[in-house]
Design a protein around this ligand. Structure first.
Ligand SMILES: [Zn+2]
Ligand SMILES: [Zn+2]
Length: 273
């Protein structure tokens, strides 16, 4: 009887020993398997922290949204006009051709322009960079006879929308860009003081691209949430003796429809001109 008990206990121990060994193997196998959800990071390379351009919060770079090498904590902050008058999802190409607005003046007018350097070049090639160079006083006068004519001018706008719908900002909306020149809006002179200038890449003859209207409408909505008193005019409306832009190819009806601004804010009407 005692022999049987010993044999039984021996078999039990053997079973427990084998079971324990199997479990140890299993857990060793799990430990060596990399976890797919959490990529292993070398202890020598800590997470890079960045700062949201809009709200200044610090966050890991891998969790940030980027535009033009700037970081944002959310798409909301990426797409907003910040407290310094810069739009997060535009490319920033700062122009020296700017100065401060008169004290306590907030913009209440948007002036629409067109520009193309050299005129019409965008039809055959990408030429947006020439406009950026021009607004940054970097236009090479040897590249084209027209560039030699204008290279000495010191001008800028707040925004440029290229044919492909890229949005570039040169001057903070809080500052004065030099886009309107001698001008008069319903009896008020020096429109640069109180306006925001938006250039559309184009000429007087070619219809503007659908992508340009879309980006323009999005931009206008953001500007209006910061500057609710904005009205809208073409450069030719405020400088009729000197300027013809944005020209007859600019579709004011389409502009009004896509921005949903009230026609009262368009004192020159919706007809092509
Ligand atoms: Zn933020
Ligand atoms: Zn103009």
């Amino acid at each position: 009887m005692f022999k049987w008990l010993l044999l039984f206990a021996g078999a039990g121990l053997l079973y427990l020993w084998i079971k324990g060994k199997k479990q140890a193997e299993l857990s060793a196998g799990n430990a060596s398997k990399p976890n797919k959800n959490k990529p292993e990071r070398a202890p020598t390379a800590p997470e890079v922290m960045v700062q949201c351009q809009y709200c200044k919060v610090h966050l890991p770079r891998s969790e940030s949204f980027t535009c033009d090498e700037r970081f944002y904590c959310s798409t909301e902050h990426l797409q907003a006009l910040d407290s310094q008058g810069w739009l997060g999802d535009a490319q920033w190409r700062i122009s020296p051709n700017q100065d401060v607005r008169p004290e306590n003046v907030q913009p209440d007018l948007v002036v629409i322009h067109h520009i193309s350097l050299p005129p019409g070049a965008f039809r055959n090639q990408s030429s947006s960079q020439h406009i950026v160079d021009f607004f940054q006083n970097k236009l090479d006068p040897n590249r084209h006879p027209y560039f030699a004519e204008i290279a000495g001018q010191k001008v800028s706008s707040h925004f440029l929308i290229t044919r492909s719908g890229e949005l570039i900002q040169f001057v903070s909306t809080q500052n004065k860009a030099w886009h309107a020149g001698k001008s008069n809006f319903l009896g008020r002179e020096r429109c640069n003081d109180f306006s925001i200038g938006i250039e559309l890449e184009g000429d007087g003859d070619t219809p503007f691209e659908a992508a340009q209207y879309l980006v323009l409408a999005k931009l206008i909505k953001k500007l209006m949430s910061t500057y609710p008193l904005l009205q809208f005019a073409g450069h030719s409306d405020i400088a009729p003796d000197r300027k013809t832009d944005p020209g007859i190819s600019f579709d004011w009806k389409k502009f009004q429809k896509e921005t949903a601004i009230s026609t009262e804010k368009l004192p020159f009407g919706l007809s092509s001109r």
